[in-house]
Design a protein around this ligand. Structure first.
Ligand SMILES: [Zn+2]
Length: 243
């Protein structure tokens, strides 16, 4: 039997009473497991097989699949049942995590990021849009696919404010820019914010606010990078557009 710490990132009914769940785990990366009888009203796995459930899962390891024997859930994130906007954002983050992660891969950073992000979504002090951009940017950083926002691609000096060249996926400082003003401007605060998210441990990510101007600049560059790195649109993204 295997014991794993993880979060349910996808769940689907199977047959009459069962569920198939996708777990993002600390020990084994992403895995799929069957929760037998999880849709019976008296099943101990009923709530443990819902999306967002985070805790310890005890699994039987079969030849081709895992079966959940028991679970000790630390956090169900049940607040999402009444916070529908938060729930849509949460589902979207689960889809992105599912996209980026693999079996038997070290996904500890992504698991930590998901957990902290769900907590941030439930915090009344943080704008959900800011939580979204921080999550998207950090997920790309963890995955290793993002533009270097620390130094100018021309002079290699540390940049304080810069422009984003989307065709080459790099930043260029004010001095090296010359006449190419078609690039996206990144103010000093925006650039610092992107650098901060990239370089800060997940536990300290959701500790700041930004101005409307920074939020807009973040949206533009992060949306662009995300569309370049991720080659599909998620179901939940449609709903977020209407929020
Ligand atoms: Zn430069």
């Amino acid at each position: 039997m295997s014991t794993v710490l993880g979060m349910v990132i996808a769940t689907q009914p199977i047959g009459e009473y069962d569920r198939r769940i996708v777990l993002l785990t600390k020990e084994k990366g992403k895995l799929t497991a069957f929760a037998k009888g999880a849709r019976r009203q008296n099943s101990s796995l009923l709530a443990a097989s819902n999306a967002f459930a985070f805790g310890t899962f005890y699994l039987y390891e079969g030849r081709n699949s895992y079966t959940v024997r028991q679970a000790e859930i630390q956090n169900y994130f049940s607040e999402f049942r009444t916070d529908l906007e938060g729930a849509w954002y949460g589902m979207y983050f689960l889809e992105i995590a599912d996209y980026f992660t693999r079996e038997n891969n070290d996904e500890r950073e992504m698991l930590k990021l998901l957990y902290q992000t769900m907590r941030a979504l439930l915090s009344p002090h943080l704008d959900n849009k800011l939580v979204r951009y921080i999550f998207e940017w950090k997920a790309m950083v963890i995955n290793g696919e993002y533009p270097d926002v620390f130094q100018c691609s021309v002079c290699q000096k540390a940049a304080k404010s810069a422009f984003f060249d989307s065709s080459r996926f790099v930043i260029i400082c004010d001095e090296c820019l010359g006449g190419h003003r078609q690039y996206q401007e990144l103010s000093q605060s925006t650039l610092y914010t992107l650098q901060y998210i990239a370089g800060t441990p997940v536990e300290r990510l959701y500790t700041f606010q930004v101005t409307e101007q920074v939020l807009l600049q973040m949206k533009k560059i992060i949306e662009f990078c995300k569309n370049k790195v991720i080659d599909r649109e998620f179901k939940t993204e449609e709903f977020l557009k209407n929020l």
